[in-house]
Write a protein that binds this ligand. Sequence first.
Ligand SMILES: NC(=O)c1ccc[n+]([C@@H]2O[C@H](COP(=O)([O-])OP(=O)(O)OC[C@H]3O[C@@H](n4cnc5c(N)ncnc54)[C@H](OP(=O)(O)O)[C@@H]3O)[C@@H](O)[C@H]2O)c1
Length: 331
Amino acid sequence: MRAAVITKPGGPEVLAIREVEDPEPGPWDVLVRVEASALNRADILQRRGFYPAPPGVASDIPGLELSGTVAATGEHVTRFAVGDRVMGLVGGGACADLAVLHEREAIRVPAGLTATDAAAIPEAFVTAFDAIVLQGGLASGQWLMVDAVGSGVGTAAIQIARALGARSAGSSRTAEKLERCGPLGLDLAVVGTTDDLAKRAKAELGDGVAVALSLVGGAGVAAMVAAMRATGTIVLVGLLAGTQANLPLRDVLGKRLAIVGTVLRSRPIEEKIAVARAFEDRIVPLFEAHGTAPPRLHPVVDTVLPLDEIASAHTLVEQNATFGKVVLSHA
Ligand SMILES: NC(=O)c1ccc[n+]([C@@H]2O[C@H](COP(=O)([O-])OP(=O)(O)OC[C@H]3O[C@@H](n4cnc5c(N)ncnc54)[C@H](OP(=O)(O)O)[C@@H]3O)[C@@H](O)[C@H]2O)c1
């Protein structure tokens, strides 16, 4: 099969398109003919040699999410048949024309979505749903606060918040991204850093923030504490702005806050399956029209490039100029 391969640690130029062996589905796996995959920051780290693939996953083929069609099924598979459209998260290897997924990790593609739209869903929306709903417990009427809100995960989080009946405040260092977040449901837009967002939220959101989602981490997480309401939850999902923060522990204690760190890729398969199943039940229908009611959620795609142009796609993500996802078409 055709695959994008990391030939050695380095810049985007180390990515090459090669012929490699097809993967073999296990008894509970589906073999997916990948029609589209999408990029993540973890791919960039892996390409640079800082984020090795988990055991059992091809170490040199990047790609953590995909959409496509079931090409073959393992002998015990019951949920899907050849020809079904699926999407999902993988530990690596999505940037290839074939990939294997455990049938219970595979998620059906919402009706009416193209393969490139579907490939933009898993990392952004599963991460956001898991962080703000399953772990943060966000509920109707509450405030969510998100930094780097114009990112793939950020644009997913504010849409899910709106679908739940919650409100959202978000920051980006790029004003134009914030304007584009308005139609997705962002209620309070702050041009700047996590620190700027937290200060505005503290000043303007009377009862405080129930759930904070930090996609960039760093020192600004300390300021989030002051904006939280009692028993709120701060969920730490990314560290682009840094790995250290000086937290005001008196406030964490006094407000009985929870601070949760989360990753999806390295979780045990049982946990990944539980999230995938909850996502398919509760979130996938929101991407679909029901009678005259339009879809409540929309994949946010910045750019679609052919798989052969994966090096340009990596460069695009690293420039921080994208709004939503960069998708690779395998057509
Ligand atoms: N834990 C998990 O399982 C998991 C899963 C998926 C993603 N993530 C993490 O979640 C974060 C968002 O991922 P994504 O793919 O949605 O991102 P993305 O679409 O690539 O967007 C990230 C945005 O963050 C902002 N940014 C970059 N560097 C920054 C810095 N040093 N300080 C402040 N802002 C910065 C940039 O926007 P502006 O310049 O406009 O502000 C950039 O466009 C990343 O940290 C990623 O690693 C974690």
